[in-house]
Write a new protein. Structure first.
Length: 257
């Protein structure tokens, strides 16, 4: 796996992950509810972050179910529930309990992984025959038309920096084809994007993220202080409205052997 640029030990990372959960968990839960995950099932979340979704899964599949939460670093996981197992592991190293889970899900993980195709193979191998896989990843297409032009220049620099870091912010659009190539059945996908203004939760998320990474962004030569300051100022302006990410949720069923 590529070195994760937002290390869990960075100052403010606990707060940033909590905000990310607040923004993305409702969408993630809606997809899982629609897929029919319920009591007695076994569920796996890879890249669990602070554990908020895994904790919700453990409650949803109780009684009799079992949820496994996997991450490279579990130091920010606060959840401690019956039926929830925390496991430190790298999905690139191999499947998690091959053929065991009714639901395998990962959110905002694959765009940081050095070999996303290998990770998806291991995720699929973790599911039981007939089980479901749900992947949620970003597509930064909206950032390319952000206004004003100074903000678009910031995103151009951000994306140049991310490519240098091995981050693929356009992987979302490729998820359905990846699932199809592996032979999954009943594949579906949707994408949704938040339009937000300065001072909103999304603007706060980006303020926190950019502030955490600012030193590295400047050191990379892809951005300097001026576009960063311009972007952060827009994030504080309630009159500014924009959109950044289209989150793609792709799902499919593992064939029965």
């Amino acid at each position: 796996m590529s070195e994760y640029v937002l290390d869990h030990h960075l100052e403010g990372e606990r707060q940033r992950l909590a905000l990310m959960s607040r923004l993305l968990d409702p969408m993630h839960r809606r997809h899982i509810e629609r897929l029919g995950v319920g009591p007695g099932m076994r569920a796996l979340e890879v890249g669990c972050g602070n554990g908020s979704m895994s904790a919700w899964l453990a409650e949803r599949i109780a009684p009799g179910g079992r949820a496994v939460a996997v991450d490279l670093d579990l130091s920010l996981v606060d959840a401690d529930l019956p039926g929830l197992e925390l496991r430190q592991a790298d999905i690139l190293a191999g499947p998690i309990e091959p053929g065991s889970f009714d639901l395998v899900t990962a959110r905002a993980v694959l765009h940081h992984v050095a070999d996303a195709e290998a990770a998806v193979v291991n995720l699929m191998a973790s599911a039981r025959p007939g089980g479901t896989m749900l992947l949620i990843e970003p597509d930064f297409l909206p950032a390319g038309i952000a206004e004003p032009p100074e903000v678009r220049a910031f995103w151009d620099g951000w994306l140049a920096w991310s490519r240098e870091q091995g981050i693929d912010y356009f992987i979302g659009r490729r998820l359905p084809a990846m699932l199809s190539a592996l032979g999954l059945e009943d594949i579906g996908a949707t994408a949704e994007t938040a339009l937000y203004n300065g001072g909103s939760l999304w603007a706060s998320y980006w303020q926190q993220t950019v502030s955490e990474l600012r030193a590295g962004l400047v050191a990379s030569g892809k951005l300097d202080d001026r576009p960063i300051d311009t972007f952060l100022a827009q994030c504080a302006d309630p009159a500014w409205w924009t959109q950044t990410i289209a989150f793609t949720a792709a799902y499919g069923r593992v064939p029965r052997r």
